[in-house]
Design a binder for this molecule. Structure first.
Ligand SMILES: [Zn+2]
Length: 101
């Protein structure tokens, strides 16, 4: 049976030969190494490990690292691109600003 590929956002069918776009999205936690009170590091680590033991394993993994792969039609890709460009400065734009000053 023919199982058509569809856009993950709008659900539009993407028949063979249609231009489609793949979005690979990785969200991961960043830790800069800063700890508020350096005096009781061992106590804080002990408390953190106790909290981790109580947490649901799946939830814990999601808090640290998530990866998505989406398939988009051209229209949804264009809308996503416009939103990203409107809301975030791209790294290349930031680098360009730095070289101008
Ligand atoms: Zn779409």
């Amino acid at each position: 049976m023919y199982n058509p590929m569809v856009c993950d956002h709008c659900g539009r069918e993407l028949p063979p030969g249609t231009t489609k776009y793949i979005v690979d999205l990785i969200l991961f936690a960043d830790f800069d190494g800063y700890m508020e009170d350096e005096e009781d590091v061992e106590g804080k680590i002990r408390n953190l490990l106790n909290e981790v033991e109580k947490m649901d394993q799946k939830r814990l993994e999601e808090d640290v690292y998530e990866e998505y792969t989406l398939i988009l039609c051209r229209g949804c890709r264009d809308r996503l691109r416009r939103k990203l460009l409107a809301n975030f400065e791209t790294k290349s734009e930031m680098e360009r600003k730095e070289t101008l000053h």
